[in-house]
Design a protein around this ligand. Structure first.
Ligand SMILES: [Ca+2]
Ligand SMILES: [Ca+2]
Ligand SMILES: [Ca+2]
Ligand SMILES: [Ca+2]
Length: 452
């Protein structure tokens, strides 16, 4: 099966064990060292392969949700002194050894508790399950499931927000190597509407329109880009197969409404052919505080340099773009970009946003999982602060992956508030973290807002 991370995994070396510590951060916006961590206890457990933050027990403090490759779900309840050090819940995957993506939806079924979607692939069945929150945490068995006998269904998931304004949060599911009747790997994306008895048939299906579009490689809620009260959504077509000539990969924004998502995109942007524009997507929140949510697009394979004779520099530096929201949709020209500092940084592989420092401006977190400064490929994560002038040109905080190849399959990022103060917190999954238990035991770490 083509995995979503294959693009990133091509050509990688061995994973090396190491006990090096985390790198040094620039400031105290987030803690310089993790305030909390949990590591795998066996080789190739890939703890932190996916992570999410959600208030699953409804106590007002967010909880951490961490999945290893098995697809088991570990929940660590948050509290005013931070998350539990040992799992509050261990939910065993019905499809072991098959973990896919994991995303916090918000309240999908309208009972006041945060819900989490997780995907899996086993015995040629791809499944997306929603675990419902409750006063005692996540349900052990799914409250909602849908399956396909195909390929990459669920390898990408997105929390759509509430696209139709009915009070229930909605779900996006990607199936980027879906073969339509006419086109191989055109890709497909599905929108499932939440509700007290949510249907398992999608409200909308989005299809790629040519061979190798890979529509649905990434998908995400966009927040409310046009500030009309309805959640908007983003879907990428990374067009990784080189069959489009000059048409590069692209990202589409669809606006929500009382009757659901519009049939045509309100905004379409393209990246250079040969890049992976749309490798990650998300709402940036309102980074300039104007009330219109902004869009972030990652291109983890962006080439920056120019070719001089047979030599080419700037390869695979990666780039992140932020586009401002507006009443009519979003700006066509990015308001902010940031580029990987060295070749093969793969910056923009993962993105997340929240007002970390509680100043009313949303802040942006971007990963560069192969960044090679200081150590061979320890990876780096950057925080950029919002302001009335938009995002800062330089990061206010960064941290290194801390050991060689810690970012080999990419870092996973989730933001929330795990200790109930006013500041946002960052959860990072490092599935290829190695420890005394073995290579790729994996790890999840939490950086608390305001921690020293
Ligand atoms: Ca719920
Ligand atoms: Ca809804
Ligand atoms: Ca909207
Ligand atoms: Ca802020």
């Amino acid at each position: 099966m083509l995995t979503r991370r294959m693009f990133l995994e091509i050509g990688l070396g061995l994973v090396l064990a190491s006990s090096l510590t985390m790198g040094t951060a620039l400031g105290a916006v987030l803690g310089t060292t993790p305030s909390w961590g949990f590591e795998g206890n066996a080789p190739d457990q890939f703890m932190g392969k996916s992570v999410a933050i959600a208030d699953v027990n409804g106590d007002g403090v967010d909880d951490l949700v961490v999945a290893p490759y098995s697809g088991d779900v570990l929940v660590f309840f948050g509290s005013t002194i931070g998350p539990s050090t040992s799992p509050s819940q261990v939910l065993i995957s019905p499809n072991p050894g098959s973990g896919g993506d994991l995303v916090a939806l918000g309240d999908w079924n309208g009972d006041g508790y945060g819900d989490v979607a997780i995907s899996s692939f086993s015995n040629n069945v791809a499944s997306v399950d929603i675990l419902f929150g409750s006063p005692s945490g996540l349900s052990a068995s799914p409250g909602w499931s849908t399956t396909q006998d195909c390929c990459s269904f669920g390898q990408s998931l997105g929390a759509a927000g509430d696209v139709n304004g009915d009070g229930y949060k909605d779900l996006l599911v990607g199936n980027y190597d879906y073969n339509s009747t006419s086109f191989q790997a055109a890709g497909r994306a599905y929108l499932f509407l939440g509700g007290p008895s949510a249907p398992t048939t999608p409200a909308r299906v989005f299809d790629g329109t040519s061979t190798g579009d890979f529509l649905g490689y990434a998908l995400s809620g966009a927040g409310d880009v046009n500030h009309d009260g309805y959640g908007d959504i983003l879907i990428s077509e990374v067009s990784a197969q080189d069959v489009h000539g000059s048409r590069g990969p692209r990202v589409q924004l669809f606006l929500g409404s009382a009757t659901g998502v519009a049939s045509t995109p309100a905004w379409v942007t393209s990246g250079p052919a040969g890049s992976l524009y749309g490798s990650s997507l998300g709402s940036a929140g309102a980074v300039n505080g104007d009330g219109y949510d902004d869009i972030v697009v990652g291109d983890n394979q962006a080439n920056i340099g120019v070719k001089r004779g047979s030599a080419q520099t700037g390869l695979k530096r990666g780039k992140a773009y932020v586009y401002y929201g507006s009443k009519s949709g979003a700006s066509m020209v990015p308001a902010w970009t940031y580029t990987g500092q060295e070749d093969n940084d793969f910056l923009g592989d993962a993105v997340a946003a929240r007002d970390i420092n509680h100043d009313g401006y949303s802040d942006l977190i971007v990963s560069a999982p192969y960044r090679a400064a200081l150590l061979p490929k320890p990876g780096q994560i950057y925080l950029f602060l919002g302001s009335s002038k938009g995002l800062g040109k330089q990061p206010a905080w960064t941290v290194q992956g801390g050991q060689p190849y810690a970012g080999n399959v990419g870092f996973r990022l989730a933001v929330g508030n795990a200790n109930g103060d006013l500041l946002g917190d960052l959860l990072v999954g490092m599935a290829q973290w190695s420890n005394t238990a073995g290579a790729s035991a994996g790890r999840a770490v939490l950086f608390l807002g305001g921690a020293p």
